[in-house]
Design a protein. Sequence first.
Length: 330
Amino acid sequence: MRNVFIIFLLIFASACGSDDEGGTTNNNIPPNPPSLITPSNNSTIVTQIVDERVYFEWTNATDPDNDISGYRIWVDSDPNFSNPFHHFAGTTNTTSYLSPNKQYYWRVTTSDSNGNVSNNSQTWSFYLEDGLAPTPPQLIFPLHETECSNDNLTFEWNASTDPSGNSIEYKLHISLSPSFDSDVDIYTTSNTSYNVALPQSTALYWKVEAFNGANSSFSEARSLYTQGDGVSNTIPQLQYLYPEDGATISDQLPLLQWQASDNETSDSNLSYKVYFSEVGQDLVLIEDNAGISSHEVSGLNSGTTYQWSIWVTDEDEATNVGDVWRFSIE
């Protein structure tokens, strides 16, 4: 019986060996979570470039076993982290692109080489704001320091572009003050033109604002003057003939053509100003003469769109400021 008892003790000792003798108990201690540094809690980050990446940083975590293998950062627009973005980082910082104009929440965990994971760090939040404004609108019509016989005028400008691809709304500002600090009328449109009935015999100033829902940019400011009500004089009538507005032509030496007439002034005494430029640039005066009905332009390039405008003035200085028409060279 004694021999049997000794054998049983040996079997029990073999089956219940200590950790030092190859047991499976894991005494490795999980690491502690780090502390967050940036983005600071409840902060706002304003982006300055397209696809700007957000910089995240936290402190070094501590681990009793000194076997930290890395960190995992968690970012979500839900404070409960229901659908988080997360990735592993071998250092205490990382960057990530996030969609702007949202509130975000973030936290970090630490892991060690034994597979242990720390508790979550504290959770911080920040707001990512799109700080990119649309490109400034380029004014087309009327030109700077224009004297207008028409008291009903269509203002025109080139379309802006938005770096983030947001939709753009335009605001036409018209003021009696060159500083736009008083007497300002604002007209909102999604188009690149707007028709306004203007007061007569008035000096006015105008500019266009491009707004993407968060940020704005402004065009230059221009001035104009509206003439009084002509009782004994009518403004000349003007009709464009060639090229048609929006046409595509093959001729790189096109002849701009128009016709005008006036009740009080003979055709030969009507004077004309011809303005011309590539679309996207300011119109430039290329001819100022009387009794003409055409002008040949040269030096044009294929695949380019151009714009032109005719001003006709009678002997009583009444001016009809023509629309801006465009054509392209194929």
